[in-house]
Write a protein that binds this ligand. Structure first.
Ligand code: MN
Length: 390
């Protein structure tokens, strides 16, 4: 909790990780309690400011593991998720968390079709739940579900009444991922202007813009970003922790103080625990993010990594790879052989390059180092072979 409190006092930009709540809501994903505990510790070591640990009203294992996470005395604040119901909040308080998220829909689509009620009912129930939590002295995030499709005037009214009841921030939920950065900037600016409230961005990736929308919210004055490891989450997922942190650092110059070197470890752990392997081109931690094959790129990176890399692979726990394949150039081939103590002449490199291209096209993939050595052996053998007699 200490890290979160200090961040609030300093007015820092902070990460709210919801891998254990929204991440686990992904269709087909379940974490074991051991995995949840491990992930919470890893997130805390990484430097995340707040961890949304789950939904206590579900009871059973879920409630037990949230209680255990809350008992560790982590640096991060531990938050539990609730509907706008006193029963839910009671259940969260029993877990010993220091923060609660109180969630209710604010869009007419949800109010009419899902809740089958009225805007007034939403305000009343929200107010009761927030007031109840406030009396218990916990930090309160008021979640406006489907905020991005809500009538803005009603949303502002909702935020103001929540604030009056004791909410500490508004979670602006792009529940179905329909925001784009320009609109995000406009809407979030307007809410901040009207309420002066602390805003957390909660963005989904349905159109591939979760990270961009989260950053647009920060530009507009939001200070908290809801994220999940690997962007795990319902449908196309949430804004990814590792993407948001690195984008803030390198595009906005905002250092969150997270141990980025642990990203690969954490991302691989969550990938295994969720049964969702990292795809090769996954931004920040995919195996391809620091692999260079094309001759021009490999040559550039070998001369100076800045030519084709914005940050060094070590910064996120990866290593650079020069891949030998169809698009390789002779410089990369020479470098590869040097790793094995073989100095190729220009002529040999050119011959081998032709052989490598032909092999990779036949096999439709890049080559392992061992295969390169076999090609080299064959090449030497062919060279020494006496010419065939007519
Ligand atoms: Mn969500």
């Amino acid at each position: 909790m200490k890290r979160f409190k200090e961040g609030l006092e300093k007015g820092a930009i902070m990460l709210v990780d919801t891998t254990l709540r929204d991440g686990e809501q992904t269709a087909g994903v379940v974490f074991s309690n051991r995995e949840k505990l491990r992930i919470a510790k890893m997130l805390d070591n990484l430097g995340v400011h707040q961890i949304e640990a789950g939904i206590p009203i579900m009871g059973g294992d879920e409630k037990q593991v949230i209680t255990e996470i809350a008992s560790y005395g982590l640096q991060a604040s531990i938050m539990a998720w609730n509907r706008a119901s006193i029963e839910d909040v009671k259940s969260s308080l029993e877990c010993g968390v220091d923060a609660v998220a109180i969630s209710i829909s604010t869009s007419d689509i949800h109010i009419t079709n899902k809740l089958r009620t009225s805007r007034e009912w939403v305000l009343e129930n929200m107010t009761q739940a927030v007031e109840f939590a406030k009396k218990a002295g916990v930090y309160i995030s008021l979640n406006a579900e489907d905020a991005s499709r809500s009538d803005i005037d009603y949303l502002i009214k909702f935020a103001r009444e929540g604030q009056a009841a004791g909410a500490d921030r508004l979670r602006f939920c792009d529940t179905v991922g329909v925001l784009e950065p320009f609109r995000t900037y406009e809407v979030v600016s307007r809410i901040i202007e009207a309420t002066g409230m602390e805003i957390e961005m909660h963005t989904h990736n349905d159109f591939g813009m979760a990270t961009a929308n989260a950053l647009a919210g920060i530009k507009a004055g939001a200070r908290l970003i809801g994220v999940t490891v690997n962007g795990l989450g319902e449908r196309a997922g949430n804004a990814a922790l590792e993407e948001v942190a690195m984008a803030l650092k390198f595009l906005f110059g905002v250092n969150l103080g997270v141990n980025t070197k642990d990203f690969l470890n954490l991302c691989e752990y969550v990938a295994r625990a969720s049964g969702r392997p990292l795809y090769p081109s996954k931004p920040i931690v995919g195996t391809n993010t620091f692999a260079h094959e094309s001759g021009l790129h490999a040559d550039g990176v070998l001369k100076n990594p800045n030519t084709y890399e914005v940050f060094s692979p070590e910064e996120v726990g990866l290593t650079r790879q020069i891949i030998i394949g169809k698009h390789s150039g002779s410089k990369a081939i020479k470098m590869k052989f040097e790793e094995y103590g073989i100095d190729l002449s220009d002529e040999e490199a050119a011959d081998l390059l032709a052989a490598v291209r032909s092999h990779t096209v036949d096999m439709k993939r890049t080559l392992f180092d061992k295969e390169l050595m076999y090609i080299y052996e064959d090449y030497l053998y062919e060279k020494k072979k006496p010419p065939r007699l007519g």
